[in-house]
Design a protein around this ligand. Structure first.
Ligand code: PLP
Length: 355
């Protein structure tokens, strides 16, 4: 079975500290209460008041005309490219982008699009790199119709695009007739880290979305925003892909709760990430990328142990943590405390000392 996720070995040590991903957050008691109280209706026919409230709120947050509730961030990306592009079109994105690396080839499989990977440090291409990748419209080359940027860039290290670069990418795209899409899975981490509002951050971007099942701590859901016409077309794909729901207000209420209670606190996750990076960087041989938000990437190789072995050793101590492209990724979130960070640093030091 190559594709079915392996179930956790019941004999494995219990997970005490979960740094695997901000998707691992559990709904809090307050969030569950909000879900239990949610007013609901049939989302598929536009009758769920909790979903409608959430969509209006996110549209307003991002300064867009309309928004739609989808089961996942992946479906936000997929429906967005399906509306922006036609089969044979070319999308430009960073080589490490989620749409290239983590969506099972959905954009090729479902849309017939090709994605040109752009290079650049820390998960971001520069406006110049983008400009250089543009070609004239000829019948030989694929029509370039969309540019996509991740805010924050996940595999890039949770890094934040500068507002000036975002604006320049939009300007170049507009001049050259490309639409713009922001994968904002962790957009609110970027807004909290910089103090720049979501409205300003997404200004000029034709479509943008936020994920509620990451650091915001909701169990399910993402909201994609854009013009009224764009969202209307997204609804058609939502229906086609089986993403239309029924009493989804139960989930939307969790997302609205997250907007009310879990946004400002992202600053704590960022502080925990900085503390983790500081602690790890004091261990000889551990190379740490300075975190900008809630993701900490590090390489233990200099301490004489590979990423895979370090992670296996941490797992045995009840610490869940990810290996990505040869580096270790620790993710701070709602269920990670400062004490857990301290303990993690101590265990990494211990494991490195023993090799
Ligand atoms: C998690 C993530 C997604 C996909 O979101 P899901 O809700 O897991 O489908 C897309 N882009 C980025 C940058 C992500 O981190």
């Amino acid at each position: 079975m190559a594709y079915t996720p392996a179930r956790r070995d019941p004999k494995a040590p219990p997970v005490r500290i979960n740094l695997l991903s901000d998707t691992q957050t559990r709904p809090t008691a307050g969030m569950r209460e909000a879900m239990a109280r949610a007013e609901v209706g049939d989302e598929q026919v536009g009758d769920d008041p909790s979903v409608n409230l959430l969509c209006d709120r996110v549209a307003d947050l991002m300064g867009k005309e309309a928004a739609v509730f989808l089961p996942s961030g992946t479906m936000c990306n997929v429906t967005a490219t399906l509306v922006h592009c036609r089969p044979g079109d070319e999308i430009l994105a960073h080589v490490s982008a989620h749409i290239i690396a983590r969506e099972g080839g959905a954009h090729a499989a479902l849309g017939g699009f090709q994605i040109t990977p752009l290079q650049g440090a820390d998960g971001k291409f520069t406006p110049d790199t983008f400009r250089a990748a543009l070609h004239p419209r000829t019948r030989y080359q694929p029509p370039q119709t969309l540019v996509s940027a991740e805010q924050t860039a996940n595999i890039g290290g949770g890094t934040v695009w500068k507002k000036a670069d975002l604006d320049e990418v939009v300007a170049i795209a507009k001049t050259n007739g490309l639409a713009t899409h922001m994968d904002g899975a962790r957009l609110l981490n970027a807004t909290v880290a910089t103090g720049i509002s979501a409205r300003d951050m997404t200004a000029g971007w034709d479509s943008a979305w936020i994920d509620f099942s990451k650091g915001l701590g909701a169990p399910i859901g993402a909201v994609l925003a854009g013009t009224r016409d764009f969202i209307d077309e997204v609804w058609r794909w939502k229906q086609r892909l089986g993403g239309s729901m029924r009493q989804a207000g139960i989930c939307a209420a969790a997302c609205t709760y997250a907007l009310d209670h879990h946004v400002d606190r992202l600053a704590e996750d960022h502080a925990n990430a900085r503390a983790l990076a500081r602690g790890l960087s004091q261990i000889r041989g551990i190379e740490v990328q300075e975190p900008e938000t809630n993701l900490v990437f590090f390489k233990p190789d200099g301490a004489g142990i590979g990423a895979g072995d370090m992670v296996a050793a941490l797992n045995r101590q009840g610490i869940q943590i990810a290996v990505m492209e040869g580096r270790i990724r620790a993710c701070t979130h709602l269920d990670v405390t400062a004490a857990m960070i301290e303990e993690t640093v101590g265990l990494v030091r211990e494991i490195a000392r023993k090799v």
